[in-house]
Design a protein around this ligand. Structure first.
Ligand SMILES: C=C(O[C@H]1C=CC=C(C(=O)O)[C@@H]1O)C(=O)O
Length: 479
């Protein structure tokens, strides 16, 4: 597959970062309120995270080399930034107490090597961040961009006073463009996508046959669904709703990819890597509530051999690939039950110390390099990985024409020092146009899987997005 991004020159980035109250004046509560037009990038969990506004640079790429070409582009851009911003207060300065996050890009990668859908690195002009109750602002510019080139040649570099002016202008412009009503759209209609519900049941049945025949042990099969609305979809409203309803999940927006994922592929912070592996699901719809619900979930998930097997395969697929890059790795033997408003999951939190790292300095692999190594885990592909990927290509794509695109690919952010967070783009959708959103969901299939139950599970997994879009579905109450 061609790689149109490989020839794109890296921008000559320069940035400045400083502690600042959230620009909308609602410190502590208002990060999601910065989502106003639908073109923002976002990564928010439990009210904290980052929102990216405007675009300083963008890189698009496809094919098997997409991670590597994105990494090279980002390395070139961040090396330029290190040189250009040397005189400025980079956020790597440890004693200013700011997170090490400048420069910063948001990123989303296609699930499959064969997808024609572009994987993207987006370098926003502004990043507004909030971590541990402290907020900061980063202004990033391409010194070669027409609006800066002349001044940059004369030695100009981004600074705080101009950043504030420029951000105020950008926010005023965004407020002018804000068209959403802040309420769900009207005239919503849900229909099957490229892979219909009937087709999904048939694909699952064929997957089970292949597993029974010994071709593989586990396979994750996905389907899509389409929501069309007569009103334009209010993307910021959808994202804000997800940040409130799914506080334990990472709510993401990169380009038109939006959602709220409970699964962390890899988070790299200095010398530490963390992951949250999920597999094994129980719908909360119709289940007992409160403590009885937790007992029920424990029994149905932790004590169910099918669910445990499915989960262990996902954990192994991550730890086996992560282990060579670590000096220590901790993955508890017993998974815990993660409770979300729509479902319960079996979950395992993995923590590892990375090789080639000393405190915040690293010579070993960073977040993006590890992402390439780890993707796709058996939570979204299967075991063995190659056989599962080939069967996904057959049962989803060749038989039904479904391309997962960015669904189930890594989504998140990365900085210039190898830190970053990449979740798996689950419980999400792609905004295809102002009136059309395509949702995706998949399920792990093992020998004991039943097509009807797996189809029902895809409904449960689509529920967060359907509800945030305003489709009238019952939401299991939060415990
Ligand atoms: C593939 C999805 O979920 C994965 C993550 C958690 C649990 C899963 C499961 O139980 O099948 C899936 O492996 C999805 O949400 O579309």
């Amino acid at each position: 597959m061609s790689n149109p991004g490989s020839a794109a020159p890296a921008p000559r980035l320069a940035s400045c970062t400083y502690a600042a109250p959230l620009p909308n004046g609602t410190d502590g509560a208002g990060l999601a309120d910065l989502l106003t037009t639908g073109s923002e990038s976002a990564w928010i969990r439990d009210g904290e995270g980052m929102v990216g506004l405007g675009t300083a640079a963008r890189y698009g790429t496809t094919g098997p080399g997409r991670f590597e070409s994105a990494r090279r582009w980002w390395m070139a851009a961040t090396e330029a930034e290190a040189a250009e911003s040397a005189g400025a207060r980079r956020s790597t300065v440890p004693d200013d107490g700011l997170p090490r996050r400048s420069p910063l890009a948001f990123a989303a990668f296609a699930f499959s090597d064969d997808s024609p859908v572009e994987s993207v690195l987006l370098v926003p002009e502004f990043v507004v961040g909030l971590a541990h109750g402290r907020s900061w602002l980063t202004w990033q510019v391409d010194l070669d961009a027409p609006e800066y080139a002349e001044r940059a040649a004369a030695g100009w570099r981004p600074g705080r006073a101009e950043a504030e002016q420029r951000l105020a202008g950008l926010l005023a412009e965004a407020a002018g463009r804000e068209s959403g009503s802040g309420t769900p759209a009207h005239g919503l209609e849900l229909s099957d996508g490229t892979l219909s519900q009937e087709g999904y049941r048939a694909a699952v049945a064929r997957g089970v046959q292949q597993i029974e025949a010994g071709a593989l042990t586990k396979l994750v099969l996905a389907r899509d669904a389409v929501v069309r609305s007569t009103d334009p979809v209010d993307v910021p409203h959808v994202l804000r709703t997800l940040t409130v309803q799914y506080r334990d999940c990472w709510t993401y927006a990169v380009g038109g990819l939006i959602g709220s994922t409970p699964e962390m592929l890899v988070k790299v912070d200095g010398d530490t890597a963390r992951a949250r592996v999920l597999a094994g699901t129980l719908d909360r719809d119709g289940a007992p509530e409160g403590a009885a619900g937790s007992d029920y979930a424990g029994q149905m998930l932790s004590e169910n051999p099918k669910q445990r097997h499915e989960h262990q395969l996902a954990v192994d697929s991550l730890t086996e690939r992560l282990e060579p890059f670590t000096t220590s790795l901790d993955a508890p033997d017993e998974p815990f039950v993660l409770e979300l408003p729509n479902v319960w999951h079996l979950a395992t939190d993995v923590t590892a110390r990375l090789v080639g790292a000393q405190g915040t300095r690293r010579t070993g692999p960073g977040a993006l390099a590890l992402t390439e190594v780890l993707h796709p885990t058996a939570a979204v592909c299967g075991t063995p990985r190659e056989e599962a990927a080939a069967l996904i290509g057959e049962l989803e794509s060749a038989d039904h024409g479904l391309d997962r695109g960015l669904f189930a690919g890594p989504v998140g952010w990365l900085d210039g020092n190898g830190n970053g967070e990449f979740g798996i783009a689950l419980r999400g959708a792609v905004v295809e146009d102002a009136h059309t959103v395509r949702l995706y969901a998949g399920c792990g299939i093992v020998a004991a899987s039943d097509p009807e139950s797996e189809l029902a599970e895809t409904h449960a997994k689509m529920r967060p997005m359907l509800q945030a879009l305003g489709l009238d579905l019952k939401l299991a109450p939060r415990a």
